[in-house]
Ligand binder design. Sequence first.
Ligand code: ADP
Ligand code: MG
Length: 684
Amino acid sequence: MARLFDSVRYLKGVGEARARTFASLGIETLYDLISYFPRTYEDRSKIVPIAELQVDEPACFRAFVTSQPRTHHIRKGLDLTKLTVADETARLNLTFFNQSYVAGNLEYSREYYFYGSLNGDYMGYQITNPIFEPVEQPGVLTRRIMPIYPLTAGLHNNLISRTVQQALDACLEELPEVMPLQLRERYGLCDAPTAYRNIHAPASFEALAAARHRLIFEEFFIFSVGLSLLRSGRSRKQRQGYRLPPMAEFEAALPFSLTGAQRRAIDEIAGDLSGGSVMNRLVQGDVGSGKTVVAAAAAWITAKNGQQTALMAPTEILAEQHAKGLEALLGPLGVRVALLTGSMTPAQKRNVRAAIAAHEADLIVGTHALISEATDFSELGLVVADEQHRFGVAQRAALAEKGDDPHLLVMSATPIPRTLALILYGDLELSVIDELPPGRQNIDTFLVGEDKRARINAFIRRQVAEGHQVYIVCPAVEEGEDESLRSAEAWAETLQMAVFPDLRVALLHGRMKAAQKEQTMAAFARGEYDILVATTVIEVGVDVPNATLMVVENADRFGLSQLHQLRGRVGRGSDKSYCLLFSSNRNPETLTRLKALCKTNDGFEISRQDLALRGPGDFFGTRQHGLPAFKVGSLELDLQTLQDAQSAAAEFVSSEELPKRPEYQPLMERIQALFASGAPRGEA
Ligand code: ADP
Ligand code: MG
């Protein structure tokens, strides 16, 4: 009897080489193999009369071979085998390319099931390379719903399907049931063995739907229980509430007055901090809505209570900028700000770390890695993670482990609809900043083609002449295989040499040394460059109010939300700002996508469209949201199941002793595995 976690080598037909190929797909054990779900299915179950076959619609039909198969040698490397088949409705020509062995497998006057798709030209209709089986044989390749697996070189679909079947036969009985029985009954979920059988080899589409429903529910349930446990583990923790200093003192130090939404968010945070338990809050606000000052208020309250704040940014550029801005804001209020970045010398880092340990700094700004690694705080009271969508769920949990249960504030500009945010970040309280600082104007956005290049260059020149600055974003760093992509390096050079020899052009991309990146960014912020040619390293957070024009090259290569973030780099001051999207892509879908951006500046509206247009696969890529990837479920299509799973999870977790019972051990193991795999997200 095979065990669930035995190697796939146990299976017939899997030798060392094949095991290695499976391993490259992350499949090592029988359990891995049966958890490798089909990407889609082909309906080979319905039998269609030949006369009703449709061009380009693959279908299954039953027919007699009505001519002796003949193979013609056309030239070296090309053999054609031709024959005719017929049922009671019509005759049909079949052609096989380089499969002369079929001549031996298809016998004249015998009956077979075929599966293929009709193609036609002026010579008549035919089917090329159909799949076939004798009618007497069990339906392995025809007369069934065929699973189609994600493939890799060296593993064809039939092989995977056959091997999965073997694995199911060998180990299905041992599959632990992770779903509690009472939930299976309440939500009509089939048991685990049935679900695994039918996701791989569904007897009917109803059986497939039931299997999918069970597995989607399971996936969302595990995710939700995991999040709830994270939350309940933290929120039950008590903490001495902070004494709140008079907020008027803070507001008086600001160069502007707070918006209503900012004040509301700060109030909510102050309430958390002064309450008796650990804060776990997400501040969500569109680009430019002024989240930094909200974090500053939290850091100020924390400092006033004699504790330290760690503020983590996803990039060094952003960390540097935050340190400067917060120093200017909070320094006069007596908050000592320190910066910790990777480009500092080891001696500098040692000094800063010593100062942090000695509590000579109240607010420490740095990149995630630097703060979470070897840094010891004297008294860490608050952790702020900026642009939280760049961090994974697991990373967030790891942060919370730093220090003695610090308060946690995460900030995100990823504009996802509020209902969805509540669902996804169910483990966080939510503050929404749904109001922009006054005086902000819409950023006029235009989709332009190469024919406008000269006019755009003149426009860039005019912006610079008026004393403003310009960003130009390219999809690639250097010239690569894809010649249609503009590269930042080459384009910066062209612009400086040939187009704007009299202007100051700078280059910024992720492959530059950190120190060099910072210098360039700082010089641009000081107005020492007119034009910054960059990659998406400037996507998040960068704040240079004097920049009024954002030009995006090959705009079709970026997602809507990403373009919206990029556009958010301008319009940060009081001057009229513009965004120009270059694209020569005429694909109607792409045009719809880009035009959506020209029509609105509302990030939430854009995210709704993005979600609708691209589907959740892209939109909720782990990279964007730091969520574990769902294998079967879709956050867009299976929202109802997600909600059911969530309420089931909440109930399950709240019934104290339940999760601790031994029968839920498999469930707890799955949760641990899911949250352990949330790898850190890299920088673009
Ligand atoms: P984001 O939410 O994108 O992080 P920032 O915190 O960087 O936004 O703020 C964007 C810009 O708006 C900054 O230049 C900031 O100084 C300014 N700002 C923030 N709040 C206000 C306000 N209430 N009134 C005017 N300007 C503000
Ligand atoms: Mg920001």
